[in-house]
Design a protein around this ligand. Structure first.
Ligand SMILES: Nc1nc2c(c(=O)[nH]1)N[C@H]1C(S)=C(S)[C@@H](COP(=O)(O)O)O[C@H]1N2
Ligand SMILES: [Mo]
Length: 422
């Protein structure tokens, strides 16, 4: 590897993102993994068995390759005192691009997944409206819909870092975030039909699960960009995600996107549901609490190399990861290989959509020594992702919601990658 060919842009091996395209095809023997094809390469020109005879025909509903079956959500052990409660996490370190397949979207349930027959399910709009309304599922399907790609993140995501948990993977530490194309009816359409009275300032949204989960949404947000989502990446919203319908509040903490939505009640004040009083509130070091912290922070995460992976050989790696912000689109992602002393700007791979995952990548040469990989996002409002130290100084450690701090992945001389604190 010659520094004349590849411009080093930050300490410990970070290479200019401008060289991304040339890396694998430069003809200088610097291919990331593919071996050069020599005359005596011993390459096998035998026709493989799968090319010799036709495979099974078309299927009704697709499935992943049997060779890709390790691609799974990670859930904790069931808790008998909390039936159906808990979460599962997306395998972020095995995904690419920015859209989470529906089978791998993270889950967070407070009382399990109700098996809802859409023909028996209603959505009621009542309270401070001129005309209370009841919608059946088939009524809603007739409305004009909109589609938007947005992330969804639980505000408890990444709390493990604030607790100083040892070890972990991108999935186990940060897997409560996913991204999908959500299609549904703007909530403003349905609220306009019911006629919102001037004194209505909040919308109490309630789910049909056994938790009766409820959250209060300010009317300004409800009339702005909230939707009643019916489709997720093109197919009906999955049962885990709220079939037959869920509220979707772009950029805000996952909890407020009430699944299995059955009631929207217009009120003058917040309803003070259990989930907005006993949980999801940020308690400060002086023990005062913010009741509501709606937008998710500006955040990024290197998904490869990441915790529990091992680098098998020295050489060039594509560092890649995801960035997102509840405050807008991602403007910039920087990467450090020396624990945050020097930074280089990563390339943005694909789109930079409003409140959606954005993928970044930058080439890095691992020289076999120690490294600490970090990423730092800046959003379209200029918000910069904080270090863990800065976040703890600001928020203390009395509560672990809304913790978008920088993740440090340590690489040791054996190439083992682990969650470290700097
Ligand atoms: N009715 C209902 N809505 C709910 C929940 C729930 O348990 N019941 N969990 C909430 C929480 S805490 C989060 S983070 C998101 C998770 O959405 P997902 O399971 O589709 O990823 O849904 C929210 N909406
Ligand atoms: Mo959540």
């Amino acid at each position: 590897m010659s520094d004349k060919v590849f411009e080093k842009v930050a300490a410990n091996g970070l290479i200019s993102r401008r060289h991304l395209l040339g890396l694998g095809v430069s003809g200088t023997g610097l291919a990331l993994s593919g071996a050069a094809l020599g005359a005596d390469s011993g390459i096998n020109f035998q026709i493989p068995s799968w090319s010799r005879q036709p495979g099974p025909g078309a299927s009704a509903y697709g499935a992943r390759s049997s060779y890709a079956e390790n691609l799974e959500r990670l859930s904790g052990a069931p808790n008998p005192t909390y039936p159906g409660g808990g979460a599962s996490r997306s395998p972020l370190q095995h995904l690419q691009g920015t859209i989470t397949p529906n089978s791998l979207h993270f889950e967070r349930h407070h009382a399990g997944i109700p098996n809802i027959d859409p023909s028996q399910h209603n959505l009621v709009i009542n309270g401070l409206v001129r005309q209370p309304l009841v919608f059946r599922y088939e009524d809603l399907l007739k409305y004009q819909m909109v589609s938007h790609i947005h992330f969804l993140e639980c505000s408890g995501n990444s709390g493990a870092l604030m607790r100083g948990e040892v070890g972990g993977s991108a999935q186990s530490l940060h897997g409560l975030v996913s991204c999908a194309e959500w299609t549904g009816i703007p909530l403003s359409t349905l609220l306009d039909e019911a006629g919102v009275l001037p004194e209505a300032k909040w919308v109490a949204a309630v789910g049909a699960d056994a938790a009766s989960m409820g959250r209060s949404v300010p009317i300004s947000k409800a009339l702005d960009d909230v939707m009643v989502a019916l489709y997720q990446n093109g197919e009906a919203v999955r049962p885990e995600q709220g079939y037959p319908m869920r509220l979707f509040c772009p950029g805000w903490e996952g909890n407020i996107s009430v699944k299995w939505l059955t009631q929207l009640k217009l009120t003058a004040e917040p309803t003070q549901f259990r989930d907005e009083t006993s949980k999801y509130t940020d308690t400060m070091p002086d023990r005062s609490s913010y009741q509501f912290t709606f937008p998710m922070g500006t955040k990024s995460l290197i998904t490869s190399p990441s915790g529990e992976m091992t680098l098998n050989q020295r050489g060039i790696y594509q560092v890649t990861g995801i960035a997102w912000s509840g405050g807008g689109s991602i403007r910039r992602v920087e990467v450090s290989a020396d624990g945050g002393q020097t930074w280089a700007e990563a390339a943005i791979q694909g789109h930079q959509l409003d409140r959606a995952l954005t993928r970044f990548t930058i080439p890095w040469e691992w020289n076999g020594g120690r490294a600490i990989l970090q990423s730092r996002a800046t959003d379209s409002q200029g918000n910069v992702q904080p270090t863990r130290e800065a976040l703890i100084a600001q928020k203390g450690t009395l509560s672990f919601y809304h913790t978008p701090c920088i993740q440090s992945w340590g690489v040791n001389t054996q190439g083992e990658v682990t969650n470290v604190y700097v």
